[in-house]
Design a protein around this ligand. Structure first.
Ligand code: SF4
Length: 441
């Protein structure tokens, strides 16, 4: 390295939004210490690969990315969920040349390894780092991670064994970060964690202080505070605890967006018990009805697993019937994937892959019709949309009902001057089963 050359670190970020937030924190700290972030392998002095280890295909993708970084650059530090597997030995067996391996949420450990292999520059440009940190998302939306880890032990999931039990961030830190993001021009906050509704359970909902006022470390109080920022706040990964009911009135009052990303996973009582999930779908249907009575515009996104070990045809059909009743807006469906280390793998009567795939097809077919009908009902209605992009074909935006990356889009012909990050009023003119078309008002 030339004497005055600023050390440059490349970063490959794989996996879920929680991993993305870890990457942002690593980049923010590197920038704070005066490192530059390089967009290419060639130009980087060292590469950090943030991996995902959730399902087999993600493991393979992560191992491939590490291999590519080693081939193209040679100096590689690995972090993230895959790094936690077998204490990193799994990665070292395939790629013995990696410089270091850490688990997820290990910013300081990663930084220590970077310092060891690529010493810190002497003159850190601390002032160049904005208070909101360095974001990998577009400027107008940002993920806000409120906790790490999870106290549940869903039998299909190994996240608690990789990321540990729930650790909530102090309420003041979360609100300060949210304020800084809003001040830096962010228009939409995506609240993430492994289990958003459990926020504060680990600290017994301790009262903290924000701007001189006492605020409890709790989801409802957090939402009330976020509602004061005047931007969209959207809740992801909400486990269906009873106190989720408390945030619905805040949605009806427009304090946070009326959108719940709430993974139900199944509808049959026996399968839910085997999954170690809350097991009462009749109750869930009642709650959905009650939520919609309070907040008719509520959009519900959920995910389900089909072909869970032992799932019979009758139990699967119960799930299809649940979809008819629940009329959810957006739904993701996965076939059961025997993740290495998940306790559900030991259950008897695994469903053959072809049957599980067929159930997924039938599930998605049913849900596609429900989603399409719900979008059709929006034709003629007026919405505020947040503009994500302007390209040669027009504007690409989203209503409150659509989260970035996972839900649908709204396409319209923008008036001159409209730019990404603007809120614009539109009337919906057309819909398919996923997206909407509109005219600007
Ligand atoms: S609540 Fe989510 S993260 Fe926690 S064990 Fe269940 S699936 Fe895994």
């Amino acid at each position: 390295m030339a004497v005055n050359k600023i050390p440059r670190v490349g970063l490959v970020s794989l996996g879920c939004p929680k991993a993305l937030v870890d990457s942002e924190q690593i980049i923010t700290q590197l920038r704070a210490e005066g490192y530059e972030i390089s967009p290419s392998y060639d130009d980087a002095d060292l590469v950090v690969v943030n991996t995902c280890g959730f399902i087999d295909s993600a493991v393979q993708e992560s191992l491939d990315a590490i291999g590519e970084a080693l081939a193209e650059n040679g100096k590689v530090i690995v972090t993230g969920c895959l790094g936690a597997k077998k204490d990193g030995d799994m990665i070292r067996e395939v790629h013995p040349k990696v410089l270091a391996v850490t688990g997820a949420h290990a910013r300081d450990e990663v930084l220590n390894h970077v310092h060891q292999h690529l010493p810190k520059p002497h003159d850190p440009f601390v002032d160049l780092v904005p208070p909101a940190g360095v974001k990998l998302t577009p400027k107008h939306y940002a993920y806000l991670k409120i906790s790490e880890g999870c106290n549940h032990r869903c039998t299909f999931c190994i996240i608690p064994s990789m990321r540990g039990d729930l650790v909530s961030r102090p309420i003041h830190d979360v609100l300060k970060e949210a304020e800084n993001l809003a001040k830096s021009g962010v228009k939409e906050l995506l609240i993430i964690s492994q289990d958003t509704s459990a926020y504060g359970v680990d600290v017994k909902y301790k009262t903290g202080f924000h701007n001189g006022r006492p605020v409890k470390t709790r989801m409802t109080e957090l939402c009330e505070e976020l509602g004061k920022l005047g931007i969209w706040a959207r809740l992801h990964y909400v486990y269906p605890y009873p106190h989720v009911d408390e945030v619905i009135p805040l949605m009806a009052e427009g304090k946070i967006v009326p959108y719940l990303d709430i993974p139900f996973q199944h509808a049959n009582q026996r399968i839910l018990k085997l999954m170690k999930r809350p097991a009462n779908s009749a109750n869930v249907l009642e709650r959905i009805k009650a939520w919609r009575a309070i907040c008719p515009d509520l959009t519900i996104r959920s995910t389900f697993i089909v072909g869970f070990p032992g799932e019979t045809e009758a139990e699967f059909e119960e799930l299809l019937a649940f979809l008819d009743e629940a009329q959810l807006d957006r739904v993701g469906c996965f076939t059961y994937s025997p993740v290495d280390g998940a306790t559900a793998n030991d259950l008897p009567d695994h469903v053959p892959e072809d049957i599980a795939e067929d159930r997924k097809r039938r599930f998605m077919e049913k849900q596609a019709a429900i989603s399409a009908a719900r979008l059709q009902a929006k034709i003629g209605r007026e919405y505020t949309v947040l503009v994500d992009e302007i390209d040669e074909e027009g504007a690409v935006a989203r209503t409150y009902a659509d989260a970035p990356e996972i839900d649908g889009l709204v396409y319209f012909d923008p008036a001159p001057g409209v730019k990404p990050g603007d809120f614009v009023q539109v009337r919906i003119t057309n819909a398919d089963e996923h997206d909407l078309w509109a005219e600007q008002l």
